[in-house]
Design a protein around this ligand. Structure first.
Ligand code: FES
Ligand code: FES
Length: 156
């Protein structure tokens, strides 16, 4: 099969790759770019562990062909984590106890950032709705929701 020439901006850096056109964005991020923060849970759009921002909007990267992202900007959890520190959403999850095994966490963080970019003052209902596509087997969600709500409160 002929290779596809893919141009992406990933975490602020221009990337050019020759890929199998059948590969998903998640495949390319993990296997070609060595960005393993987006996790492969279900690989079928159900768990949200692979959530990244595509042109600023949260998407499940296992459900989109990388070729369909040509020319786009992708942000993964590696791209929002400052060197030697944490993004405010990550910090809030740690402080509020919204992390246990951590498998869902990168996807949860990216979904929450997407939500807060769109709606800086969400209600609890907004947060629950915004994170509805992200499954967590450990925390029971309450502490995750509290953490996301606390991010903007802490800036007030
Ligand atoms: S791995 Fe993509 S939604 Fe589960
Ligand atoms: S912390 Fe374990 S799946 Fe969410």
């Amino acid at each position: 099969m002929p290779k596809f020439h893919l141009s992406l901006t990933v975490n602020g850096e221009a990337r050019e790759l020759l890929i199998d056109p059948r590969r998903t964005l998640l495949d390319v991020l993990r296997d070609e770019l060595d960005l393993r923060g987006a996790h492969r849970g279900c690989d079928s759009g159900d768990c949200g562990a692979c959530t990244v921002l595509l042109d600023g909007k949260p998407i499940t990267s296992c459900m989109i062909l990388a070729a369909d992202c040509d020319g786009s900007t992708v942000t993964t959890v590696e791209g929002i984590t400052p060197a030697g520190g944490l993004h405010p959403v990550q910090k809030a999850l740690v402080e509020k106890g919204g992390i246990q095994c951590g498998f869902c966490t990168p996807g949860m963080v990216m979904a929450a950032i997407g939500l807060l970019n769109e709606n800086p003052n969400p209600t609890e209902h907004d947060v629950r709705e915004g994170l509805a596509g992200n499954l967590c087997r450990c925390t029971g969600y309450k502490k995750i929701v509290e953490a996301v709500l606390s991010v903007e409160e802490s800036k007030a």
